[in-house]
Design a protein around this ligand. Sequence first.
Ligand code: ADP
Ligand code: MG
Length: 660
Amino acid sequence: MSQSFRRQLVFTLKDRCRVCYTCLRECPVKAIKIINGQAEVINDRCIGCGNCVKVCSQGAKYYLRSIDEVFRLLDSEEKIAACIAPSFPGDFAEIPDANILVGMIRRLGFSLVTEVGFGADIVSREYEKLLKNPDYSGDISSDCPAITYFIRHYHPDLTSMLAPIVSPMVATARVIRQKYGNDYKVVFIGPCFAKKAESLETDEVLTFVELREMFAIKNITPEQTTPTPFDPPFAGRGSIFPVTRGMFMATNSNEEIPENKAVFADGRVNFKEAVKELEEGFIKDKHLELLCCEGCIMGPGTSPGGRKFSRRTRIESYVTDKLKNLDIEQWNKDIAEYSTIDLHQHFEPEDRRFANPDEETIQKVLESMGKFEPKDHLNCGACGYDTCIEHAIAILKGLAETEMCLPYTIEKLHDSIENLNISNEKLAKARAALKQSEKLAHMGQLSAGIAHELNNPLGVITMYSNILMDEAPSESPEREDLRLIVEQADRCKKIVSGLLNFARQNQVSIQSTDVVKFTQHSINSIIKPDTVEVRFESKIQDPIASFDIDQMMQVLVNLEKNAVEAMPQGGILLIGLEGDEKEITFKISDTGTGINEENMNKIFTPFFTTKEVGKGTGLGLPLIYGIVKMHRGRINVDSNSDPSKGPTGTTFTITIPRGK
Ligand code: ADP
Ligand code: MG
């Protein structure tokens, strides 16, 4: 009957899950799916071992609760029998007298309170028979439901090795019904919630934790409870089975079965290893006593905070006392009476393994996590899987995400931080450039206004002062004054025309031209002393480009002029032309004085000049900047003004799109 019976045992409280992957790490069958950063139990794959519930520090995993159903049963007209697992003395340390606990259970409304220890007594005899069979070739104990699920789902070929014997719980339910009547409903109370999905022969299953909750709800305390004994049949040595590592050690045979006939393995790593060794043929003719957890005394339904060895000691002393007072004659009679009960069960394989993806597909997933070679497989287990390959397979099955790989995620994070820094830097530069162009735009508007207003009166001043100067006799003292007026008025005109140029640059009129010829023309149009040697180097393949010829001519001429002015003692003016199919780069280098570091961020500010009064207007570079930006180009300055650091000089590099 147990074959088809299956309920969802474990649930996730999504709000509580902090995705630490501890549950996944502890899950022996990886029945946990990480989706959108949430760990969800997949019922079909879960074997109910309870490890995830025990290890979750956030209380995000909880198991199926049956309290309401049991209260409902107790409130009904039905006759309800409780059968309690033999590990109870370990859990209920505060109730040293078992009869008080029995009394408390009765007060909940149970008509009978019996011991599963008696079921263990009769089941252990079945195991004894199995082991003594001359054809015995090894088996796997079937008392732990999580193990039976594990074998049937994940090692279906070993299903025939599951001992064909019911568990002590089912055996006890059968005894109760035989002794007290088939109309009894049976509620099992024990340390393990996997029992809730084991058999339909128990009507409900409570854990010790749930039993405590029921006592609390009904306000049942040991102090107000009259002790009453268990209902028969009483258990013998079967009561010791939670601490003897398995059924057959609890056998009542005089002739003990040697321990070397058995392999004991508990905990998620050990039991799987034992199964693997059995499957691979390393273990033969042995009885495998396997448990998914640390044993029934520490099962996932036991009260939290319990100590393993003190629980063990309490069970041992309870059984020692119990056996001292046991009516052996009666016990033998009971054993004889119930040995007629059929305790066999048959297990069917139910394969739930996934077909593994091919190696190439797995490799692709590994590569998406930056794992290209075997040495990249750190197998660190941080994702919850034992190996990187298992993680990759889980991703392919939709159970896991690449982000779960911690080393990969950290690396990605580093990359993102780096990219963020780069973007930040770019942003800062763009912001500075924006500020500069805003400043220039305002300057442009202002200067356009002023220049416009000044241009006409200045024309009048120049014209009339020139007329007056021409008319003045050559020896007249006014002539020198008039010459000064003419000269200064000329200077004003220069500034005004500079301002007008500066204000004009918000429009570009693109024309196609030969840049090589264009550049040569710019060189020819500047006045340079003989001490300055001019070199022109063109590395350009295709000389045709399109830009605003007048504006770009101003750019080159202004840069060349600045270069010449920076070399009062002479030097080399190097004009280079480079480019690819997309861009043209002009390089204007001089071997002049260089620009002081402190002046570097001022040179594009309008009216900034280091030249003496009358020589510089400080409008050349702001003008250039504006023109280059209007062409969607870039401008870069490299300069050294400190002879101790190497040859002085400045290079302006201007790159503009070819504009085709
Ligand atoms: P101006 O030439 O009228 O001074 P610019 O805007 O063309 O105005 O240049 C501003 C300042 O930048 C100059 O006064 C000078 O200090 C500096 N400068 C520009 N080009 C050079 C260069 N090639 N070498 C040294 N200093 C330069
Ligand atoms: Mg200049």
